[in-house]
Design a protein around this ligand. Structure first.
Ligand code: E4P
Length: 214
């Protein structure tokens, strides 16, 4: 299971990277716009901190525009993964870009048929958004189960990148289902190692140790 951080915030990326368990970064136009910085400058900073896949999303929605942006983004660094929305023009562009050896992350996936088509088009990663499905009373993790089964049935190489994760249980279930990657905001990564019994146990160990010394 690979762990990616879903943010464009440099301090959060640095802090997550310092844990030694961070494999990559995903960004999206909303996350980038929140930082109020130049996109290219932001990507350069991220690429210096993390030596792993960094997803950068295109803004175009037409085939030619997606290709142009995708080619430009992919030239920045070998770790750049071009993030492309799961629309008709996007799928066509994924097919062309994957033929050119460009790594792609097909985003805004909400159904198993969308995921199957992305894999057929040669996507490197598929990003199903589990939290946003849960938000509308649909079963986000059920979608992951379906995609993992379909990809296994047909031996697709496309990696299942679970996105829109809101809490540690999403992460644990994704691990149980055999998804390849989870991308999470910093606040969820920060919860993965916390347990109240660990804190209580440590406090007891240290207070017992101090008693013995006296
Ligand atoms: C994935 O690549 C997206 O950036 C992200 O996971 C969306 O998450 P949200 O639904 O919390 O905005």
């Amino acid at each position: 299971m690979k762990i990616f951080i879903d943010t464009a915030n440099i301090s959060e990326i640095k802090e997550a990277a310092s844990l030694g368990i961070l494999d990559g970064v995903t960004t999206n136009p909303s996350l980038v716009s929140k930082e109020g910085k130049d996109f290219r400058a932001l990507l350069d900073e991220i690429l210096k901190i993390v030596d792993g896949p960094v997803s950068a999303e295109v803004i175009s929605t037409d085939y030619e525009g997606i290709l142009k942006e995708g080619r430009e983004l992919s030239k920045i660094h070998h770790n750049i993964v071009v993030k492309i929305p799961l629309i008709k023009e996007g799928l066509k562009a994924v097919r062309t870009l994957s033929g050119e050896g460009v790594k792609t992350n097909v985003t805004l996936c909400f159904s198993p048929s969308q995921a199957l088509l992305a894999a057929k088009a040669g996507a490197t990663y598929i990003s199903p958004f589990v939290g946003r499905l849960d938000d509308i009373s649909e079963d986000g993790m059920g979608l992951i189960e379906q995609i993992v089964t379909i990809y296994n049935n047909y031996a697709f190489d496309t990696e299942v990148l679970v996105a829109s994760i809101r809490h540690p249980l999403h992460f644990v279930e994704a691990c149980m289902m055999g998804a390849d990657v989870c991308t999470m905001p910093f606040n969820v990564i920060d919860k993965l190692y916390s347990h109240p019994l660990t804190d209580i146990g440590l406090e007891k160990f240290l207070s017992d140790w101090n008693k013995q010394k006296k």
